[in-house]
Design a protein around this ligand. Structure first.
Ligand code: ADP
Ligand code: MG
Length: 458
């Protein structure tokens, strides 16, 4: 689901708030109601006053009752009265008995008391004959709800605060847990732990954080790959530079001791230019690797470019046969003549180099529905199947010893260092094309050479 976290938070906050309000209002109502009744012992006390009053009236008369009432008023610091409640309808009207039964001057002791009235309510305790009643304003000491204010503070301030804090904490944890993991992984990554990833630690979520984690992991993957590649490249480059440097040392010694100084100088020049090309090619490779540039400034004729390269190659390898099958014209738009030229040249030279004398190399270009198809096919030894992908890796050589055996006469300096195809692959990709290598087999299913296939957009 899109924006899953958003909907989860909405549901959590919405439902949580409604439940909180419901719970608080129910609790407040319930507490207030349960605090609105006169305590049981006070109810008993009031009923007792009623009984006593009735008894005194019956046994000692009204005068004694008056004294007792005054005493009670003083004792409870309230107002007390005894009344008769004979209701008589007049002016020809009739009062149904249900009204007479219920007619009351004050409240029964078991009734609920309104807690918000300033003045205490008047309580009514009927005598046994029900026509006389003791009325007493509820003594302050018996007034219920003394703790209402504390209950309200607790219910309306403290409880919401506590509940909202718990609520916020849960929400915070929900959001912070993945952020903390992201922070830890970022720290680990920046401290050099390049294999650190977040997604494996967030399997249960599948929300916006998962998207962030995936994006981070993609970035981490690319950066770590770049760093690994560069480290590898640097290690390989330093390793490859060792051989020409040793040769330079030796040549310098020869010049120093005047042993064949002319040839030693020649060697010095050659090794220096080897090193220059090696470093330049490595830097180009690093640039193509890290920047992934789109080279799209030139429009040119691919056929013409291939013809020029083949002419040079024939000149360089007169003892191999280089045949071409090219269309009349092959216009390419928004490409790079330089990059493509170098790539094709490298591949044709490889083909010629690995093909025995008197054998053939074919360069075949055809225009297909979506792209140009360029095939460079030789009659060399081919490449072991399991290494077909590896030959595009920098400094990879099927035969590792070749570089150090390099003869002085070889015209292309970095030939033999294993950079040619690595560069060619990046260059072809930078103009939007693809490159791959396949062996082809003779009738006897014997490997009869290597084919490099390049596909280029028009
Ligand atoms: N046409 C080919 N036939 C056989 N092996 C090849 C051919 N082209 C390339 N290779 C193998 O692939 C490796 C990498 O090629 P490349 O990158 O051009 O490096 P280099 O030519 O400098 O050795 C070569 O060392 C070689 O082992
Ligand atoms: Mg090469």
């Amino acid at each position: 689901m899109k924006n899953k976290l958003f909907w989860r938070l909405c549901a959590f906050i919405g439902v949580g708030t409604v439940l909180l309000f419901l719970a608080l209002s129910w609790l407040t109502d319930h507490t207030e109601t349960s605090m609105s009744f006169i305590a049981q012992e006070h109810q008993q006390q009031l009923l007792e006053y009623g009984k006593q009053a009735e008894l005194i009236l019956q046994q000692e008369g009204e005068a004694a009752l008056a004294i007792w009432l005054q005493e009670l008023q003083r004792k409870e610091n309230t107002w007390v009265a005894v009344v008769k409640s004979n209701i008589t309808a007049f002016a020809g009207t009739v009062l149904p008995s249900k009204y007479i039964d219920r007619f009351q001057l004050g409240r029964s002791v078991e009734w609920k008391i309104h807690l918000y009235f300033e003045e205490n309510p008047t309580m009514e305790i009927p005598f046994s004959d029900a026509s006389s009643h003791l009325l007493i304003r509820l003594p302050q000491r018996m007034r219920p709800g003394a703790f209402l204010i504390y209950a309200k503070v607790l219910l309306q301030i403290a409880l919401p605060l506590i509940l909202l804090s718990i609520f916020s904490f849960v929400l915070y944890q929900h959001v912070m847990t993945p952020l903390r993991r992201l922070e830890n992984v970022t720290k680990a990554f920046s401290a050099g732990k390049l294999e650190a990833r977040i997604t494996p630690s967030l399997p249960e979520r599948n929300d916006e954080f998962t998207r962030l984690a995936t994006t981070f992991d993609h970035m981490a993957e690319r950066i770590s790959q770049l760093i690994y590649n560069q480290r590898q490249l640097l290690a390989d480059l330093s390793h490859e530079l060792r051989t020409p440097l040793t040769r330079i040392d030796m040549a310098v010694d020869f010049v120093d001791q005047q042993i064949n100084p002319k040839q030693a100088l020649e060697r010095l020049r050659y090794e220096a230019s080897t090193m220059r090309s090696l470093v330049e090619d490595s830097l180009t490779l690093v640039w193509l690797n890290t920047e992934s540039p789109q080279l799209n400034t030139d429009n040119f004729d691919l056929v013409e470019l291939i013809q020029v390269i083949c002419e040079d190659a024939r000149f360089e390898y007169p003892d191999r046969e280089l045949i071409t099958q090219l269309p009349e014209q092959g216009l390419v738009k928004q490409s790079s003549q330089l990059a493509l030229g170098q790539a094709i040249e490298n591949i044709i030279r490889n083909a010629l180099r690995y093909t025995p004398e008197k054998q053939q190399v074919a360069v075949i270009l055809s225009r297909q529905a979506q792209h140009y198809h360029l095939l460079i096919k030789d009659q060399g030894s081919g490449v072991p199947e399991e290494m077909l992908a590896d030959i595009f890796k920098p400094f990879f050589r099927v035969d590792k010893t070749r570089a150090s055996e390099q003869p002085l006469a070889n015209s292309s300096n970095t030939n033999g260092f294993g950079l040619g195809l690595a560069l060619a692959q990046r260059q072809v990709e930078a103009v939007g094309g693809t490159i791959r290598a396949v062996n082809y087999h003779s009738d006897l299913d014997k490997c009869a050479g290597l084919q490099i296939i390049i596909e280029l957009p028009f």
